[in-house]
Design a protein around this ligand. Sequence first.
Ligand SMILES: [Zn+2]
Length: 208
Amino acid sequence: MYSEFTKKVPTLAEIQSMSILQTLQDRSGSTCELCGSTENLNVFTVPLKTEDTVDNCALICSTCQSQIVNPDTADANHWRCLNDSMWNENSPVKVLAYRMLHQLRGEGWTQDLLDMMYMEEDELKWARQTLLSDDEVAVVHKDSNGVTLSGGDSVVLIKDLDVKGAGFTAKRGTAVRNISLVEDNAEHIEGRVNGQQIVILTQYVKKT
Ligand SMILES: [Zn+2]
């Protein structure tokens, strides 16, 4: 017999995080799932997932984690470990491997590994999303000459453009003042033509 009152009951969150760690330790043999290190291991939730579940997390060491979070500091030699870990059967590990191989695509050997890598469709979609989120940080709008555009700039159209839905053609040479940038699309700007706010492709404008 034991008294119910002496038992400390863990919260649901505690049970869940203990079991994720335990499961990942079992899955990996308590090693970094990317480089095999046995030190400073943490549960890492793979972007862009927000829920801490076994299917979203990998057990990785602090060295791998810091270079994943700050890819500018990535040491290509460290990531030779992907030669082995890219064959891991768990999606979060594969996605991280794919992402780092992409980050290091300046290195010749990383492209070879990417070509060999086998990803299920949903894994590839997940991996691409993580890459997309990196690119979005650096959306740069450029005109037809490669000149960087900013909100408030003035441009001219270098081509007659049919404005869909508005029933008119914006003529070549038309000046568009005070443009605004479409944040998530480097090829789109907005501006007022014929009194109407329209979306214009950057490839058809020149900054003035
Ligand atoms: Zn590691």
